[in-house]
Design a protein around this ligand. Sequence first.
Ligand SMILES: N[C@@H](CCC[C@H](N)C(=O)O)C(=O)O
Length: 321
Amino acid sequence: MTSRTTGPRSTTGLRFTKGHGTHNDFVLVADTRGDLELTPEQVRTLADRRGGIGGDGVIRLAPTAAIARAGEAVADQVLAEEPAAIWFMDYRNADGSVAEMCGNGVRVFTAFAESLGLVDLDTTELALGTRAGVKRVRKETGPDGVPWYAVDLGPWRLPGGAEAAAAGADAAVAVRGWAAPRPALSVDLGNPHTVVALGSTDELARIDLTQAPQVAPPPPHGTNVELVVPLEETTSGAETAGRVRMRVHERGVGETQSCGTGAVAAALAVRTWAAAGGRAPVDTWFVEVPGGLLRVRVLTDGHAELAGPAQLVFSGETTLV
Ligand SMILES: N[C@@H](CCC[C@H](N)C(=O)O)C(=O)O
């Protein structure tokens, strides 16, 4: 792969790869020297589905040291915590805004880094720098026999604390067409989420997410909103797994076919509601999203793990930016 020595720009354009994780899709750029500056306008152009390549986000693979040199203190913290985290996921939403974390993006980033020969997930795990700290990714065989990537997303948090956990809510969400706002729970995965429960999969299918849901109180930095329907638990051997179906409206994007951190937030919210109702917590969850299936595990160290597929679809060069 020539990009390792020549950078992402060739004489004819910017090299990119298109990839997705359960149809949450990204434009990926290998900036292995860390000297590519992408403006919000350029990100919007690349992500544009009609005038550009198209994607829910743009991911720049860059050296963590270069992000630190550019003045992002979080990159210094990443290297202090884990010197092996030499690669950084610089994630931008389709509207050009910067986001702290993208769970599906981490998996697709890892498949991209593998394709560039920067990491061998068959023999090791990847310690990846992100704006939400170091994330560790390993590879496994998924239920469909294709490779899945499992990422430890680190500690999760209910911003509303024990009070919100007991009440099951610390916010309210209004969606276009609803007569009144409904109670919702805030969940922090490094990026912000607000989760609302719906009564049926029919209602979920009918919801109009062409406009952003209104959240009260308004989160200071915006939020991703997940609409979830708890489904039947399944038991296989000694393990019981929860199951939910979800749709999501992503901050900085709109409705997407999947959101990895959103899937984790959805599972954690349903688990919190079950605990508030006196039920024993389930630690493995399958989350059905419009683009496929994701697995969430609540780990014993207070961390949460997300697993699912990642696919690279095509590569090319663009003169758009
Ligand atoms: N699709 C992502 C989340 C991307 C960032 C999000 N839109 C935000 O602004 O927080 C995922 O898979 O987690």
